[in-house]
Design a protein around this ligand. Sequence first.
Ligand SMILES: [Zn+2]
Length: 66
Amino acid sequence: MVVLEDFTRISAIQTGYVERCPRCGRAGIEQHAADGEPVVVHSEISEVLGDGMRVEPQDCCAVPRT
Ligand SMILES: [Zn+2]
């Protein structure tokens, strides 16, 4: 089963863990890419597999380190 989670649509700024992207102004969740660079993920695809779950960012912005 594949689920697309779109954080820009959740009226979730209220939930606390979603924040506004400094690059595009949409809501997203700050994460760290594999290379350690901070990114704001706006949507991701999660797929439930037999041995776990695979999550892949679908739409994200790289955020300049402050
Ligand atoms: Zn953005």
